[in-house]
Design a protein around this ligand. Structure first.
Ligand code: XIL
Length: 315
């Protein structure tokens, strides 16, 4: 019995969900689950650069504030997502010279993080998102190509200056297990911290697929990061399957959810797990991965799936 957030809170962990602004405004069922089942929320899109600063120095915080106000009303925390990313960042940023790009980055971080710095609801940020390639080299993004890897340290320093109390994370996908990409992330975090760059936290997105297998060394991987002195968390968990959905696939999916919650429970420095949405009605998966779907813990009609029960029982 009880909600996911009650069980997570008893363990001293958060359980989170990514939240989309349109159903939050328009659907009671969505709002009810979002508020009762989760203790932390992440804006699925509303805090990304294209949403908050579509034109140079013209800020729109309508969606971001909607998320933050909802969380405040429901005694939830907000994880800010995301400040510096190659995707969903306007073209005007991508075309800047190095001097102007660095200035735009610092100014954007100061403004967005600064807006919520005295708001107790927003407690953490994904400062840099998806900086690596699968082979562990740096992604050749416009950030890297224009500024070199120094953009990463600069971004963290700007975020710390804008909110000394926020927990600052570096976040990526396919880094749940031990592999070339997660080892590159490990080496970077170790080296940044040795230089007193304020990296407090590592986020493992956790976009899993049942046909790819489970990263069985996830707990070991989390623990090696924890041993560097950082907090760890799963930031965007979903477990997709190839359509059609079957009972057997639901069972495998539920086991993956169990395994992720168990890993976080087993690592003291793991603060919690955020699911990338909660209902299959609103999931990025079918739009992004052709022929795949059903990645979340409620179905299209807001009925719980075996994955919900799995998370509930593991918490
Ligand atoms: C996705 C959203 O879910 C979609 O609605 C949007 O169209 C594209 O971005 N990694 C991230 C998230 O860090 O911001 C992405 O979210 C999913 C992959």
């Amino acid at each position: 019995d009880g909600t996911l957030r009650m069980h997570a809170e008893e363990r001293g962990k958060f359980i989170g969900a990514a939240i989309a602004t349109s159903p939050l405004a328009n659907e009671t069922a969505y709002r009810n689950i979002a508020s009762t089942e989760f203790s932390q929320i992440t804006a699925e899109n509303a805090m990304k650069w294209e949403s908050t600063e579509p034109n140079d120095n013209q800020y729109t915080f309508t969606g971001a504030d909607q998320i933050v106000n909802f969380a405040t009303q429901n005694n939830q925390q907000v994880h800010g997502h995301t400040l510096v990313w190659h995707s969903q960042t306007p073209g005007w940023v991508q075309g800047l010279s190095a001097t102007n790009m660095r200035a735009a980055m610092n100014e954007h971080i100061a403004t967005v993080v600064g807006r919520y710095a005295n708001n107790a609801t927003v407690v953490s940020w994904d400062v840099v998102n998806e900086a690596f390639n699968e082979d562990g080299t740096f992604r050749q993004s416009f950030w890297f190509n224009t500024l070199g890897q120094s953009y990463i340290a600069d971004a963290f320093r700007a975020a710390r200056a804008a909110d000394p109390n926020a927990r600052l994370c570096i976040n990526d996908y396919n880094v749940e297990g031990i592999n070339a990409k997660s080892t590159a992330m490990f080496n970077l975090v170790q080296s940044l911290r040795a230089q007193n760059v304020p990296v407090d936290c590592v986020g493992f997105q956790g976009h899993l697929a049942i046909q790819f297998g489970f990263p069985n060394d996830i707990q070991q991987n989390m623990q090696r990061f924890a041993n560097l002195g950082v907090q760890v968390r799963v930031t965007e968990l979903d477990v997709r399957m190839q359509t059609p959905r079957t009972a057997a696939k639901d069972t495998t999916q539920a086991q993956y959810y169990t395994n992720v919650i168990n890993a976080c429970n087993a690592v003291t420095a793991c603060a919690g797990v955020t699911i990338w949405g909660f209902t299959d009605k609103y999931s990025w998966v079918p739009d992004t991965f052709s022929g795949e779907g059903f990645a979340l813990i409620y179905d299209n009609n807001y009925a719980i799936k075996p994955a919900y029960t799995a998370v509930h029982n593991a918490l």
